[in-house]
Design a protein around this ligand. Structure first.
Ligand code: SF4
Length: 328
């Protein structure tokens, strides 16, 4: 393949013409000497569609540590000995209080997550009641991530005011059996389609650094383009003690940045979120993630902490970006 012209690649992405698999792979295989050129190509696309705005999202781990699935990266999976907190679903009052705190932080979205295969009727009751109160009280968007979804639950969530449903594909179809055996890639795809057909936006991404090949990362990006997700969270494995992936090495900052650029260039119109593992994998290079990504979590993740809200705001401002998308 001829040397890549990164400027032309960004023009192609901006025009809406899909990148080929070879072009996407070239982004991931690009040498460190080209890193700033690759970041600039991704930044041109980001600037065109999202300006310098950064959407903040806040996670709420509403039910923790009790999932029956066996995703090998997850400290909340059955068989994990990670010692994470285990608790049943939070109360309506706790969920609403979390949304208030997120709104005060100028978050665009409050993401209610339960570590479950699928939510029980009682859990859906609690979440719907909380969402109805939140929606009356403050102009924050709600995302829920509750495991597998059936049509009836999807309709109830939409009726309560849930805007978006998160369900990650996590990795490429081909690699999925290597990271989970209790359900399939198609099970995940079915939930995504159920959420979409009920009228919710879809947040769907994956985790880099689980032992997948660069081709697998490209396959995931291409699948997400087909799914037409509104939002793609790009996580970097922060190996959790007590999980089957505990001994994996973290990705290098440069590889994390190349992955973010590849997702931006293959999915130009989609919100790309630099998600879990940001602080520990990107380290001093974190600010560069905002050149391809237009969204990030603040105040930590489901079972791991972050660098704190003040640190995140300083990061955004120091890099010349600004909070966007929130309603006062
Ligand atoms: S389904 Fe979700 S909560 Fe359950 S083990 Fe997999 S990633 Fe963890």
């Amino acid at each position: 393949m001829a040397p890549m012209n990164w400027f032309e690649l960004s023009e192609k992405s901006i025009s809406g013409e899909p990148l080929t698999r070879e072009e996407a792979l070239a982004v991931l295989e690009s040498p460190d000497d080209h890193l700033l050129c690759v970041l600039h190509a991704a930044f041109r696309v980001r600037l065109k569609y999202f300006g310098r705005g950064v959407h903040l999202h806040v996670l709420c781990n509403a039910k923790s540590g009790m999932c029956r699935e066996n995703c090998s990266f997850c400290s909340q999976a059955i068989g994990s000995y990670s010692g994470v907190d285990r608790y049943e679903i939070q109360s309506v009052e706790e969920l609403v209080a979390g949304a208030r705190a997120a709104h005060e932080m100028k978050a665009v979205k409050y993401c209610i997550v339960t570590a479950t295969s699928a939510p029980s009727t009682k859990e859906v009751d609690t979440i719907c009641e909380a969402v109805q109160i939140i929606k009356k009280e403050m102009p924050i968007k709600i995302c829920t991530s509750l495991g597998f979804l059936n049509e009836e639950t999807a309709k109830r969530l939409v009726g309560a005011g849930v805007d978006r449903f998160n369900h990650n594909l996590e990795t490429a179809r081909e690699y999925y059996p290597s990271i989970c055996q209790t359900h399939t890639y198609d099970d995940r795809m079915n939930t995504i389609l159920t959420a979409k057909s009920a009228g919710m936006e879809v947040c769907c991404g994956g985790i880099m650094g689980m032992g997948e090949s660069l081709e697998n990362r490209v396959d995931l990006a291409m699948s997400l383009r087909e799914v037409n997700a509104e939002s793609i969270p790009v996580n970097f494995l922060d190996p959790r003690p007590g999980t089957p992936l505990e001994n994996r090495e973290r990705m290098s900052p440069s590889d994390c940045l190349r992955a973010l650029c590849m997702f931006r260039l293959t999915n130009p119109l989609t919100e790309i979120r630099v998600a879990g593992g940001r602080e520990v994998c990107l380290r001093h290079m974190q600010a560069l993630a905002l050149y391809p990504a237009n969204s990030m979590f603040t105040e930590g993740y489901l079972t791991t902490g972050g660098q704190g809200y003040d640190g995140d705001i300083a990061l955004i401002r120091d890099a010349g970006f600004e909070l966007a998308g929130f309603e006062a």
